[in-house]
Structures are given as C-alpha cells and as structure tokens.
Ligand binder design. Sequence first.
Ligand SMILES: [Mg+2]
Length: 339
Amino acid sequence: MSAARETQDPDIPSILLVEDDPSTRMLTSQRLRRLGYDVHAASNGAEALQLMRQRFFALLLTDWDMPEMDGLALCQAVRKAPLEGYVYIIVLTARGGKESIVQGLQAGADDYLTKPFEDPELAARLNTGRRILNLEQSLRLANSRNHLLSITDALTATYNRRYLMESLPREIECAARCKQSLSVVLCDVDHFKKVNDTHGHQAGDDVLKGFADMLLACTRREFEWVVRYGGEEFLMVLPQTAVQEAMVFAEKIRLQVAAQSFATCAGPMHISASFGVAGHDILEENGQASVDSLIAYADLCLYRSKESGRNRVIGKSLDIGGRTIVMERSSVDSPRRHS
Ligand SMILES: [Mg+2]
C-alpha cells in the first residue's frame, strides 16, 4: 500500500474518522472540525483502508463495532500495511472493561476513548497523538539525514565507496535483466600530489571540489551517479550507456577539465585528468559481470592512460566469452601543461 503524504496546509492536521453510525459520524466530524482538524470519514474498516491507499493519514480515530471490518481488524491491517509513516490510532469504544482495552491495544491501537467522551478529553488524547507523531517524524528525518551522510563523501558531496558497494551490484543486475549496456568511467586528477605539495592541502581540496562539481554537472542525476573512489579518483556509473558512448562522454569531460581553470585558495589552477572506461555492451552474453571485474577493467584502462602520458581516455569492453577485447584510445593533445 502506498499513498502520498499529506501535502495540504501542514498547520491543519488531517484525521481519518471511521464510524458506522451516520449520526455519530456526523456529530464526531463536527466536533473534530471545531478542534481544528481536517476531517475525512469512512463508515467501516474496509472503506478506511481504501481511503488510506489513496493518501496518507497519520491520525486515525476509529469506532470498534462496525460491519464488514471492525476497528480491531482495521488496527491490525494498518499495522501490517507498508505505509510511509506511523499512524497513531485511537479506538472509540463503548466497552469499558479492562479486557477490551487490552485487546484493543494488542491489536495495534495506541490509545482508546470510552464513549461517551467530552471534547476536552478528545482534544487532549489527539494532542498526545500529535506529540508522538512529531517525535516519529523528527526521528525519521534524522535517520534519513544520517543515511545520506553515511553514503556521501564529506568533501565533494559525491557518493562514497559504501554507496558504490551497495548500488553497483544492483545496477549490474538491473542492466543484465533488462539486457542493457552499463559503463563506468574511472578518472583521476593528474599530478595531484604536486598540487598538494606546491600549494597546500587546502588548495588540493579546492581542486577536488571543483573537479567533483564538474563531474556532477556532467551527469544526468536521475540515473547516473558519481563516487569518490579514492583520494583524487572518481568513478562515474553510467547505466544504459555503451562503452563507445561512455568514451565520448569521458572525452568531453577530459577536454572540459583541460580547458577550465579551477578556483582555489591559492588562485586559479589548471589541471588535467586521465580516464579509464569499462563497460558491458552485451550483457546477456556475459554472465560474469561483477563489480570487481568492471572496476578492475576501468582501473587497468586508467593505468594505461597514466602510463601513456596522462590527460587521455582509454576504454574497453569486457572480454565476452573469450573473444577479442576491444580497446580504444581517444585523441590526446592538450595544449595546457599539468599543474
Ligand atoms: Mg459502531
């Protein structure tokens, strides 16, 4: 079950009221509106679940005895449903006995109100629910921030290796299943150590930030992504991209890097970068695709780029069933000197 979280005025809390008796439903709706709630109503559990499939309700006030699906069955169903947030449930009941209350709480209700109830009690119970929901929301927000931090490189705001190890296997699997190409581009800032040694680590960090920003700006964020693979080494993952296309892409970035000056605390700096490209073009013929092989081939190509004089793009398709490995080299003639 999925439903969009409430996007209306956040100052007016929404509540789903479930009550089979029409006059009680109308009266309770009016009371809730007077207390400042945006009220949506259903006449039994099944109808309530139907509404909850259309949109998310964080507050649920439900009668116990109803035809078709009663309040307890609704509590149980809501607790099992994969909803996008916690639903605070208050059960309304004319049954006052402790056993009934325990039964309601065990079914998943957070609280109960014994009929008949007064407005102040209703308001107080709902306020308690909203406090719990606010806490739950802060916790959820903190968790998602923590998760983002745990997969992000602090300096460059690209993803880190943890994200790579989580996500690249999924990308490979997805490409294989859909019989689509997948390429990776490993790139490394040339003579980076010299930048650090000559201008200091702060300038080096500025270069890395500028370089990463450029890589991020070149990728289509919806499905391509960038990882800081090592110190000055970045990996770009390009789904639905054949090696040939990935090489054209890398060459475009190479030229852009060589042409641009990067702002640093030690003044503008010119750099170059070397690229190694690897990919699976015919995944269905190669059951051996793995994170390790893809990165190892990209790394080998990057090594060749460095070895052949840097500031260039070298790429290859992975060895398919023992057949010839395709290796290509881009044209290299950068007028700029490495810094
Ligand atoms: Mg009833």
